[in-house]
Design a protein around this ligand. Structure first.
Ligand SMILES: [Cu+2]
Length: 347
């Protein structure tokens, strides 16, 4: 009995050893133990090594299978039967926002004997991300947002729990942060072009000029993206188009309503006040996003605004690392253009 069982195992192992791939999910990566496996039954052993919930999905050649949501520290397995070809594996959480932040990889499946003749080169070439450009012009009422309480603290509280070390800083913003109903009508202009060219080649050029509620004239020139970590934001290329995040998504701070964005970017800016240079290293965050504020008093009107028209242009400016606060309420600048528009440039 013993000898026969051993022999049977050995034969099965040589003939068709089911492929096993170990998958590690984190913010914002999908790491695979194997880039290439043989066709047939493939088992994915997936661990969420991140700090927020993720899941694992494989898609391609008529296959679309996913694990349930996996909590931080937990694991799941998924077994699928795969034909030769190239498959996309990614995190499906958050309407693909995790995927857009980098939680995507490719898995190649081939025959053991012919693994080099399946035509991967073409498949990889087709999967290369397209160069995408967006031009945005601010329009409509211009408002400056001043520090104040976040209007949806109860909605944000359970999501804040998942933010670990960063929670304390965020909780102080619940009481007195930049997403408030404390708003002053001002005037100004803002236009920019942004290029989404992949993780390390994104670019931006744009100029904003506005007169703040205290009469100070500010000018911001953006000429390069920010790619370093900033608080509550993951590291990724500076320009991202079509991201669904904030609010309930656990992507970035929940102290912003849940929104869709046509473009979100992080850049470094040259900032002038009344014609004098303040800094060459201002930290800038721009979003053209789902409308969050109601007409009239411009109060935040929704915790989940993701289905609203994408026409609100937000500009947030903070001092660079180690630099003094700006001469503005709360030490930051936050200006919205409430009826803005974007045009995708032809390639
Ligand atoms: Cu995820």
């Amino acid at each position: 009995m013993y000898r026969i069982a051993l022999l049977a195992l050995a034969v099965a192992g040589a003939a068709a050893k089911p492929a096993q791939v170990t998958v590690r999910l984190s913010e914002w990566n999908v790491q695979l133990s194997e880039q290439t496996v043989v066709d047939g039954s493939v088992t994915f052993a997936v661990t969420n090594a991140g700090s927020i919930p993720h899941a694992f999905e494989i898609e391609g050649h008529g296959i679309e299978k996913e694990t349930p949501t996996i909590q931080p520290g937990d694991s799941a397995t998924l077994t699928v039967t795969l034909k030769p070809g190239t498959y996309e594996v990614y995190c499906p959480v958050g309407n693909d926002s995790h995927k857009k932040l980098g939680m995507v990889a490719q898995l190649r499946v081939g025959h053991p004997a012919g693994a080099h003749s399946v035509g991967y080169t073409t498949a990889m070439g087709d999967a290369r991300p397209a160069v995408r450009t967006i031009r945005v012009a601010g329009g409509g009422p211009v408002i400056q947002i001043l520090p104040g309480p976040f209007p949806f603290p109860d909605s944000a509280a359970p999501i804040l729990q998942a933010f670990g070390d960063e929670r304390e800083g965020l909780e102080s913003q619940v009481k007195n942060g930049p997403y408030s109903n404390n708003v002053a009508p001002i005037s100004g202009t803002f236009t920019f072009d942004a290029w989404d060219l992949g993780a390390t080649r994104d670019s931006v050029y744009g100029v904003a000029e506005f007169t703040a509620q205290d009469g100070a004239r500010w000018k911001l020139v953006m000429d390069r993206v920010q790619t370093k970590d900033v608080p509550h934001h993951p590291r990724f290329g500076g320009v991202i188009l079509g991201l669904y995040y904030h609010g309930v998504t656990a992507v970035h701070t929940p102290l912003v309503p849940t929104i869709n964005s046509a473009v979100a970017l992080w850049s470094v800016g040259h900032l002038y006040r009344n014609g004098a240079l303040i800094t060459d290293a201002a930290m800038v965050h721009v979003m053209l996003l789902s409308h969050t504020r109601r007409d009239g008093d411009f109060a935040l009107e929704c915790w989940d605004c993701s289905r609203n028209t994408v026409d609100e242009l937000q500009l947030q400016i903070l001092p660079g690392p180690g630099e003094p606060k700006f001469a503005a309420p709360g030490g930051f600048l936050f200006v919205n253009w409430e009826k803005s528009a974007a045009a995708r440039e032809p390639r």
